[in-house]
Design a protein around this ligand. Structure first.
Ligand code: SF4
Length: 285
């Protein structure tokens, strides 16, 4: 039985939310550099130059990559053979994640972006609650993946319930239409997470997981979905929206598709749009 200290979880998250907001990971940086070379429009090239400069400044000066430092979204994989040690006054894993988020956003001078009620809109003042997705897994794995999810890109996301006859073409048209409608709002070049199948709520979760579960720009292990990712990337980059909507070849850096079994009468599909400030970081204890 592995023992995981809640105080250790809290302290790791405090540092993790800051590091994620200050530094893009290598897979993201590599793809931005690769796509910069492919951009043809002068305005688009200039935007890439500014994005790369901003990345350097944020890392060197420990500043948020963007003023929107995002909702704190966590995916927790908790092994059935893990015992949680309630230490330092922390009574639950949720409390440890919440306290780590509060402390990290405060210490890093990261913007507090959560309102306590969707209509009355008073800021909670500490960027909590954290948005936590739990997954109970076999063994003694304890893994947490964090994404700081900005509002501009999240707002351009969509879900649709298709009849099965819509098939692959229906989903592809929906993804391209969603990106086209978003235009410059999600701060392109974007990353597109697609969830195909599941049910209404599961498809949206799949779309978000598609952004997180493998290094950026790698393809689905199933060649059918890998081909779909390639076709979608090409179609999206032919829209001409370009970096920051200034026109150009590169509207998206990558498209990731994840699929899951679904009902015989349904074909749910969700698109989770993510901006180039793709602030994702994981840790295992
Ligand atoms: S969409 Fe991304 S880059 Fe644009 S403002 Fe939001 S977090 Fe920042």
């Amino acid at each position: 039985m592995k023992v995981v200290s809640l105080a250790k979880v809290r302290d790791t998250i405090k540092d993790l939310v800051q590091k994620a907001n200050f530094e893009l990971q290598d897979d993201v940086l590599d793809i931005i550099k690769e796509m910069e070379k492919k951009e043809e429009s002068p305005a688009g090239k200039e935007v890439f130059k500014q994005i790369l400069e901003n990345i350097e400044i944020a890392k060197d000066e420990k500043l948020g990559l963007c003023q929107d430092t995002g909702l704190a979204v966590f995916f927790v994989e908790l092994g059935e053979d893990v015992e949680l040690k309630k230490d330092d006054g922390l009574g639950s894993l949720r409390e440890a994640i919440t306290e780590g988020t509060k402390a990290g956003y405060e210490e890093g001078y990261l913007r507090k972006s959560v309102v306590e009620d969707p209509i009355r809109r008073k800021n909670t003042g500490d960027n909590t609650p954290a948005y936590i997705h739990w997954e109970l897994v076999p063994g003694d794995i304890f893994k947490v993946t964090f994404i700081a999810k900005g509002g501009g890109a999240e707002n351009m996301s969509a879900v649709r319930m298709f009849a099965p006859a819509a098939g692959m073409e229906g989903i592809e048209d929906f993804v391209v239409e969603t990106v086209d409608k978003g235009g410059s709002n999600p701060c392109p070049p974007i990353i597109v997470g697609v969830g195909a199948g599941g049910n209404f709520e599961y498809s949206t979760l799949l779309a978000k997981k598609a952004l997180l579960r493998r290094p950026l720009g790698t393809h689905n292990a199933d060649p059918f979905y890998a081909d779909m990712e390639r076709r979608l990337l090409e179609r999206i980059n032919n829209l001409g929206i370009g970096p920051q909507g200034m026109g150009g070849r590169i509207t998206a850096l990558a498209v990731h598709v994840e699929a899951f079994p679904c009902h015989i009468a349904s074909l749910p599909a969700a698109v989770n749009i993510e901006c180039h400030a793709h602030r994702v970081l994981s840790f295992e204890l």
